[in-house]
Design a binder for this molecule. Structure first.
Ligand SMILES: [Zn+2]
Length: 269
């Protein structure tokens, strides 16, 4: 019985080398991806603040917190105002073999009426089809820079790549990561909770690690757009993201920690 249990444990550990290395408590390696850059400004606030600037400022603060609070090794897809195609962000991330990937963006509404009204935080993980119209619009906007934007927008085109996604451990962990980070963001900022959503984001597709895209707020909203540019609010967001990552890593480590037979034995009748 004990031997069987040990044998099974060994097989599980062998099958999950990434998980077992995480459980060993080495410093987590995290890729942080500030949206847009260079000639791609992203969305704009009513006062002319650009998403590419805000996303980089927040990403740098996230890096600082992850390094300080979690002793993480953080790699940025960009650390200056440069154009960086979406496929290069994905291939950079995969070369680092990270434990997780965070893409940071600001949201925007298209019309004067909705710009004045809609604000709040959305956290995304990848799926072939969007959760709702909001999620579809966000993915369309963020995918606009993709080399084949038309294809990236079509659910049916992405579907074949994503067919068995739901079965992969990384995808389930992306969902866990999204909920962990989102919960901390809402609690820390008191921002309007627009939920954890799913959509076919180009930059999340193909990342071989738990990966999320955080729309930290609507830069198009008169008040939230202003807040997003302020250092104090950016610090709140960055601290919350770091705490969310910490909660996620703790959950994964607990789950993946090898169970000792001594602990398992009393449960057997
Ligand atoms: Zn964006």
């Amino acid at each position: 019985m004990t031997f069987r249990f040990l044998a099974l444990s060994s097989v599980l550990v062998l099958l999950c080398p990434a998980a077992s290395s995480l459980a060993a408590e080495r410093p987590p390696r995290i890729v942080v991806d500030p949206g847009h850059g260079g000639d791609q400004g992203g969305a704009t606030s009513p006062t002319g603040l650009l998403e590419k600037e805000v996303s980089l400022q927040i990403a740098r603060r996230v890096r600082e917190h992850l390094e300080k609070d979690l002793a993480a090794q953080v790699l940025m897809t960009r650390d200056e105002d440069q154009s960086l195609p979406l496929p290069e962000r994905v291939s950079f991330a995969n070369k680092q073999r990270p434990d997780l990937f965070l893409s940071i963006h600001c949201n925007a509404m298209p019309t004067k009426r909705t710009r004045a009204r809609v604000q709040g935080i959305e956290t995304y993980f990848l799926s072939a089809s969007a959760s709702n119209d909001t999620a579809r619009a966000a993915a369309d906007r963020e995918n606009a820079e993709a080399p084949t934007a038309r294809e990236a927008r079509g659910d049916s085109t992405l579907a074949f790549i994503l067919q068995d996604l739901a079965r992969t451990e990384a995808h389930q962990d992306s969902s866990r990561l999204a909920y962990a980070v989102h919960q901390k963001l809402i609690a820390a900022t008191g921002g309007s909770n627009r939920g954890v959503l799913q959509a076919p984001f180009y930059v999340l597709n193909g990342v071989e690690a738990p990966a999320i895209l955080i729309e930290v707020g609507y830069i198009s909203h008169p008040e939230e757009g202003g807040r997003l540019g302020r250092a104090e609010y950016q610090e709140q967001l960055a601290t919350a993201i770091s705490e969310g990552v910490r909660a996620f890593l703790a959950e994964v480590r607990r789950r993946d920690a090898p169970k000792s037979p001594a602990v398992a034995a009393p449960a057997t009748p």
